[in-house]
Design a protein around this ligand. Structure first.
Ligand code: MTE
Ligand code: MO
Length: 434
């Protein structure tokens, strides 16, 4: 099996990911003096058969520049991950099908991956350094051991959701990773409080924003270009829920989830939680790093029609993520014989808490209140469950709707916005009863 994410990504797949046209020529040959692909034969034929797992009887009908589906999605696994759907290989992005997110604490193998660039190849937790500088009284350069020794080490279950989760359901379609439902996770993180470290360095009075720097590199390979560098207002940074994390679910961080050190800033877009963290810079202006400016992580200030464009000046910054829930049991499309069914899932609400979850089996005509657990700690998602009774056989949909403690509920339909953020429409699954 070809693998991504470790150092085992080799052969034709890697070539396809890095240089699709060159991969094409390698396999198919190249029509002399042109950029056109030749025909699959000889060594190319054998290489393709090896890569897709069988000889290809109809290879001569394959369109030019065509990547076999088997290479695009099929036999690609990610080292240390299980069951994730790969949306893209370079940068690597992969989400988790909802029924695999049923655990109260998301196992590391199921935690989604959202990379804007290329992860650092060699990381060493022993020599890793974190610099905290800018407008501080005592700049610091800390090893992970320093963090452990100097600050209280805590364990917290923290929900991270990508702001683009649900983008795939936008109509009209918008560019970017086509996340469906699974760019969310609640792992148990071990680390130190960001606030404790900021207090130790002494944040100056004129600081308004943090700026986060990681060790990943731009896909173009351009040196010094950060694929992502976000920050948060200093008030948000000082909240005790934020961690500088070096542990994940009792083990190390997965290489694609930011090993050996990352921020976890729960409740806000996942992009605030810088992976492969090397520097926190304290600034007296709103940070203007990669994906902080223009329309990035912004939604229109006023309601717009789907497809309508908005000037950047009328786009508002996203802070807290909206209330949302997932049905993780059962999976979509179950057939049952009885008349009743247990359903369960999680709900979360950005900086807020979830106050209630309701479920419907009649397309929202009536609702039944689900049992809802308290969060294990602030910013952990909350478990909900319900027992459903169906009146007779047929096709049903189960809808789940969470409401936060401010009284805001999930909408039926998507509030369309140009960048495809914040889709917290209700999750629906179908069930056939016979
Ligand atoms: N250095 C770095 N940190 C990053 C990113 C990145 O591309 N580079 N992606 C961000 C985004 S957009 C999200 S949603 C979260 C996802 O965290 P995960 O990949 O561990 O699930 O990481 C954030 N931290
Ligand atoms: Mo994200």
């Amino acid at each position: 099996m070809e693998r991504l994410g470790g150092e085992k990504r080799t052969g034709l797949f890697e070539l396809h990911a890095d240089a699709p046209r060159r991969a094409d020529w390698t396999v198919f040959g190249r029509v002399p003096h042109t950029d056109r692909r030749g025909f699959l034969k000889g060594a190319g034929f054998a290489a393709m058969a090896a890569a897709v797992g069988a000889a290809m009887p109809f290879h001569r009908y394959m369109p030019a520049g065509f990547m076999p589906e088997a290479l695009a999605a099929g036999p690609v696994g990610i080292e240390g991950k299980d069951g994730l759907t790969v949306l893209g290989a370079r940068p690597l992005n992969a989400e988790t099908p909802p029924h695999l997110l049923d655990d109260e604490v998301t196992p590391t193998v199921r935690h989604f991956i959202r990379n804007n660039g290329i992860a650092p190849k060699q990381v060493d937790a022993g020599t890793w350094r974190l610099r905290i500088d800018g407008l501080v009284h005592r700049p610091m350069d800390l090893s992970i051991e320093d963090l452990r020794r100097r600050f209280e080490v805590v364990k917290r279950r923290l929900t991270i959701e990508c702001a683009g989760n649900g983008r795939a359901f936008f109509e009209p379609r918008v560019g970017g990773n086509q996340w469906t439902l699974g760019a969310v996770a609640c792992s148990e993180w071990t680390g130190v409080r960001l606030a404790d470290v900021l207090k130790a360095v002494g944040v100056k009075d004129n600081v308004v924003y943090t700026a986060h720097v990681g060790a990943d590199t731009d896909v173009s390979g351009a040196r010094g270009e950060l694929p992502l560098s976000r920050g948060v207002p200093i008030e948000k940074a000082m909240e005790p829920g934020n961690l500088i994390a070096f542990g994940m679910n009792g083990g190390p961080l997965h290489p694609m989830n930011g090993a050996p050190l990352r921020l976890v800033i729960p409740g806000w877009p996942g992009s605030c939680s810088q992976k492969w963290l090397t520097r926190i810079w304290l600034r007296d202006v709103v940070h203007d790093g990669a994906k902080m400016t223009g329309s990035s992580y912004r939604v229109p200030e006023y309601p717009i029609a789907p497809g309508e464009m908005v000037p950047d000046s009328s786009m508002a910054f996203i802070g807290s993520m909206p209330v949302k829930s997932l049905i993780t049991t059962p999976g979509n499309g179950l057939s049952i014989n009885g008349r009743s069914l247990s359903v369960a899932g999680h709900a979360w609400a950005g900086d807020n808490e979830v106050a209630r979850v309701d479920v419907s089996t009649d397309f929202g005509a009536s609702w039944q209140r689900a049992a809802l657990g308290r969060p294990a700690n602030g910013y952990a998602w909350q478990r909900w469950s319900a027992r459903l009774e169906f009146p007779g056989q047929g096709y049903y949909e189960v809808w789940a709707r969470a409401t936060d403690d401010k009284g805001t509920s999930q909408p039926f339909a998507i509030a369309w916005n140009p960048k495809g953020y914040l889709n917290n429409a209700m999750h629906r699954i179908f069930v056939r009863v016979s």
